[in-house]
Design a protein around this ligand. Structure first.
Ligand code: SAM
Length: 244
């Protein structure tokens, strides 16, 4: 078999809560490739059928990515273009992707990513915390190494962005307060781009009071922590008297 050109790996971001955030280019790309590797073929099936995309799919997730990466690379070498999508947002960002990107590059294949939805950027952009320099940490380890990581992060001189599950939010805010102090400015961005999108901005003390007040925090969450200096500036800034 003569292959005129090897295929490419294209990472395609998908909406994080609002189907209308799917770009035209993302739809065209998913229609044009030979196969779509999905974190969960059933979850992505809903999105794909909504946009009339009938490209064959295959699963690519945390439990099969090693073996699957090899097979997908072989298929790209044979000339197939492969798109990778995750359940929501950008593949490779707290989602499977890195391993396949690395395997494709090691095989000298072309790798590209479409720009598109991801929870961290809208959370940062609308947080009101400095957005010129930031560090994205994704999910903290649930147990081992968590305290060490938190200790270092609260000393950061850039805005820190974390992903967290709603049932661990109270624990995270409490641990952050232990190391950063109750007066550290932070933001909880919840359900971005969805019907009940919400930004809670204030000190860790205020955020903990809110968490204790609501029976159960639901939905998807991004937590942002101001650096010690930015927090001090915000705490000293004159307030308009209105909640922000
Ligand atoms: N790949 C995704 C991205 O690009 O943002 C992240 C996937 S990660 C498995 C899922 C986590 O992202 C959630 O637990 C939450 O922390 C964050 N997240 C995803 N969608 C969100 C949304 N609509 N609002 C707030 N946070 C969200």
């Amino acid at each position: 078999m003569i292959v005129e050109r090897p295929g490419r790996l294209i990472l395609v971001p998908t909406p994080i809560g609002n189907l209308s955030d799917m770009s035209e280019r993302a739809i065209e790309t998913l229609k044009a490739v030979s196969r779509i590797a999905c974190e969960d073929t059933r979850t992505s099936g809903v999105l794909l059928s909504h946009y009339g995309i009938s490209t064959p799919t295959t699963s690519f997730h945390a439990h099969n990515e090693h073996g699957k990466a090899t097979r997908l690379v072989e298929s790209m070498i044979r000339g197939d273009d492969i798109a990778l999508i995750s359940d929501a947002g950008s593949p490779g960002i707290s989602d499977p992707g890195y391993l396949l990107v690395r395997a494709a590059l090691d095989a000298h294949l072309e790798v590209t990513s479409l720009p598109g939805p991801s929870a961290l950027i809208p959370a940062l952009a609308a947080s009101g915390l400095p957005s010129d320099r930031f560090v994205f940490e994704g999910f903290l380890p649930p147990k081992k190494g968590r305290q060490t990581r938190i200790k270092a992060l609260v000393e950061e001189d850039r805005t820190v962005i974390l992903y967290e599950s709603p049932h661990r939010l109270k624990k995270l805010l409490t641990q952050l307060a232990e190391h950063a102090g109750m007066d550290r400015q932070a933001v909880v961005a919840r359900e971005l781009s969805k019907k009940f999108e919400e930004f809670r901005r204030g000190t860790l003390e205020e955020l903990l009071a809110w968490v204790n007040d609501v029976t159960k925090v639901r939905g998807e969450i991004v937590v942002l922590i101001a650096s010690p200096k930015a927090s001090q500036r915000l705490n000293e800034a004159p307030k308009s008297g209105e909640a922000w």
